[in-house]
Design a protein. Structure first.
Length: 307
């Protein structure tokens, strides 16, 4: 559970040893990001991918089903959000068999979805944002337990420039002003679920760097669980560096307990989860097409490049 957000003040809070350590880490990140922005310009052009409603050429055989794999949540908004996202995917690719499976907590569970595809071919697209335990362990285990389905596992959604476009759109909806671009007092905390897997943390940091390039301001990753810093700690450290106008970008596919806890740190400047943003639907199809055309074996976990 995150702690309450501190009162905004123009005076920096007293620094404890842990805060000083966190400040040093964030200062290093800010310096690297600002140096990168100054070299590459203030805005990175939107990543160009093949148009999502134009599938790759095939041999006339039926396209594999797209099985979107969501984590699952007790928050009823989570399921509604994922369903809305998949409706957008179907609009972009009419005729494609698009199905949903959850890792836990919600129906349909992934094993049940795969059971309904016996004798068919499917591409599993994780609606997850990095290479954590679910992508590396749970999905391969689920496909191994469903030998009647020829499966291929796509890369997780992040990191990717289309995710950055979705994050940017949600920040604008939350009140981010392009006039803040390059502002000395502006910053963003990229709030993620958190994982002990170093590859997952690396993916989050890469997304933070891409978003910093897009916005022209520092972006600091923070986490709801498993690792540090927390969102409130990152906000305090940014304020101590003079970055008092900080927004929270919600690096979650759908609403849930972690997303709500992160947003509570600055409720008036917290963006909504990525949800059914149009860029998310395009990205789901991009990952599907990547996995479908990959030369990797059909039963391998295809952790493809982000391009």
């Amino acid at each position: 559970m995150t702690e309450p957000a501190p009162e905004q003040s123009q005076q920096s809070p007293p620094l404890t040893d842990s805060t000083a350590h966190l400040l040093a880490r964030i200062t290093d990140q800010l310096g690297a990001q600002l140096s990168l922005v100054s070299r590459n310009g203030t805005r990175r052009p939107m990543h160009r991918t093949r148009h999502p409603d134009r599938p790759a050429a095939d041999s006339g055989t039926p396209a594999p089903a797209l099985v979107a794999v969501a984590h699952g949540s007790r928050d009823p908004q989570a399921l509604r959000t994922v369903v809305a996202l998949l409706d957008r995917v179907r609009e972009l690719r009419p005729g494609l068999d698009v199905r949903l499976g959850h890792i836990e907590l919600n129906a349909p569970l992934l094993p049940d979805t795969l059971d309904g595809l016996r004798g068919a071919e499917a591409v599993l697209v994780p609606l997850l944002l990095g290479r954590g335990h679910h992508v590396k362990r749970d999905l391969p285990a689920a496909t191994a337990a469903a030998p009647g389905v020829r499966t291929r596992i796509a890369a997780p959604l992040g990191p990717h420039p289309l995710l950055v476009e979705a994050l940017y759109g949600r920040l604008v909806e939350a009140g981010w002003d392009a006039a803040d671009h390059g502002g000395r007092h502006a910053a963003v905390v990229l709030a993620a679920a958190g994982s002990r897997d170093p590859d997952s943390a690396q993916d989050t940091r890469r997304t933070a760097r891409l978003l910093a390039e897009r916005l022209g301001v520092p972006v600091v990753p923070a986490y709801a669980s498993a690792t540090t810093p927390t969102v409130p700690a990152a906000l305090r450290a940014l304020a101590a560096r003079g970055r008092h106008r900080a927004f929270v970008a919600s690096y979650f596919t759908a609403p849930g307990r972690f997303a709500s806890a992160c947003a509570d740190a600055v409720p008036h400047r917290a963006a909504a989860p990525l949800g059914a943003h149009p860029a998310m639907a395009r990205l789901v199809l991009h990952r599907y097409d990547q996995a479908r055309t990959s030369a990797a074996p059909a039963d391998a976990v295809s952790l493809l490049a982000s391009a």
